[in-house]
Design a protein around this ligand. Structure first.
Ligand code: 13P
Ligand code: SF4
Length: 348
């Protein structure tokens, strides 16, 4: 049962002492975040990992986050993902080989223009490495607009990967909504390279299967059901949802608006359901409601981190066995770090 499992986790952590740090993404189950030393968004957690100085970093999150932690941490730190099945489907929608082929087509269609790739943090390390090789940078949902501005100053066009909604929302924020085109690598009937190369912002046709399910009618009905409700959504949501919301931001921004809310305020949360449930527990003075029912916005990649797997990787470490190590290949690591550092320099 849960209390027995929790005791086993605590016993393993006692045995391992300062050698281990547990990171829990905001979307992890309660039983994981309750054991986490740090809870936060994907980027914050990687920084905590690097600062924590522990030999083992147990990442309660998905593969791309554990890879980013491996890229940012020192060589003598080992990153462990409790389940190898925890892979973000959106990151999987832009495979480096497929992007390479698209890049060749698009750059051939615009031979006199410089195209700068911008890759969202939610991507695999080999795509981040591709980005560095072609002069681009990584971004997160909170600094995408800064990275777009930098890229359009440096070059003529942007290829944004893999999340078309974050790309479109960022283009709107910058007043560039008329300059965008979608590149759908799966649709043989879709736009060809010549067509998309006419636009300044080329959006890869990836999406988050959790955030894409929020629709504007959810916002309409929540506003009908609750007086004075405020709506906050993640920028991976569709354009019309972002437009109808009061606030848009990363999972840390979502946490901040609830933390800063006045007692008695009502906030509807348009993101993965576990974060909504955590905020409801952490802030009883605020009325926190899910933007759409309670069960449908569950990320099945995040859900793979079962507390039994956390127990297993910890007990194996106590027994001297490293399980589920996430290690990015050296050359990819070096290049991916270049693309991530470009983003950091822009943030100042
Ligand atoms: P954040 O970087 O905002 O935590 O988002 C991660 C994620 O997976 C969003 O779906
Ligand atoms: Fe990927 Fe969406 Fe899950 Fe985030 S919520 S890990 S983007 S599938």
């Amino acid at each position: 049962d849960e209390s027995e499992r929790s005791e086993r986790i605590d016993a393993a952590l006692d045995a391992l002492g300062d050698d281990v740090v547990i990171l829990g993404h905001n979307y992890q189950r309660r039983e994981i975040v309750e054991h986490a030393d740090y809870i936060g968004d994907s980027y914050q957690l990687s920084k905590e990992a690097a600062a924590a100085d522990a030999e083992y970093v147990i990442f309660g999150g998905v593969t791309f986050m554990a890879e980013s932690a491996d890229i940012i941490t020192d060589d003598d730190q080992t990153v462990i993902l409790p389940s190898m099945e925890a892979s973000c489907p959106m990151a999987g929608m832009a495979e480096a080989l497929q992007v390479d082929a698209a890049w060749a087509e698009i750059t051939e269609a615009a031979p006199d223009e410089e195209i700068i790739p911008i890759t969202y943090m939610n991507s695999y390390a080999d795509l981040k490495a591709f980005t560095a090789e072609h002069g681009g940078a990584v971004c997160t949902s909170s600094n995408a607009h800064l990275v777009f501005e930098w890229a359009l100053e440096k070059g003529d066009k942007v290829l944004f990967l893999p999340d078309k909604h974050l790309g479109e929302n960022t283009a709107h924020r910058l007043g560039l909504e008329d300059e965008t085109a979608d590149w759908d690598p799966w649709d043989p009937e879709g736009k060809d390279a010549e067509e998309v190369a006419e636009s300044d912002i080329i959006l890869w046709d990836g999406y988050c299967q959790v955030h894409e399910r929020f629709r504007d009618h959810h916002i309409e009905s929540i506003r009908e059901d609750h007086d004075d409700v405020n709506v906050v959504v993640h920028p991976e949501c569709r354009r019309e949802v972002v437009e109808a919301a009061d606030v848009v931001g990363s999972t840390s921004t979502i946490c901040e608006v609830v933390e800063e809310a006045d007692p008695g305020d009502t906030w509807a949360i348009g993101t993965e359901i576990h974060l909504t449930n955590h905020l409801d527990r952490w802030h009883p003075e605020v009325e926190v409601v899910p933007l759409c029912g309670d069960a449908c916005m569950d990320c099945n990649a995040m859900r793979q981190i079962d507390p039994n797997y956390l127990t297993w990787v910890l007990e194996e470490l106590v027994a001297g066995r490293e399980r589920n190590v996430i290690e990015v290949a050296p050359r990819e690591k070096e290049l991916a770090e270049v693309a991530m550092n470009r983003m950091l320099e822009l943030q100042g």
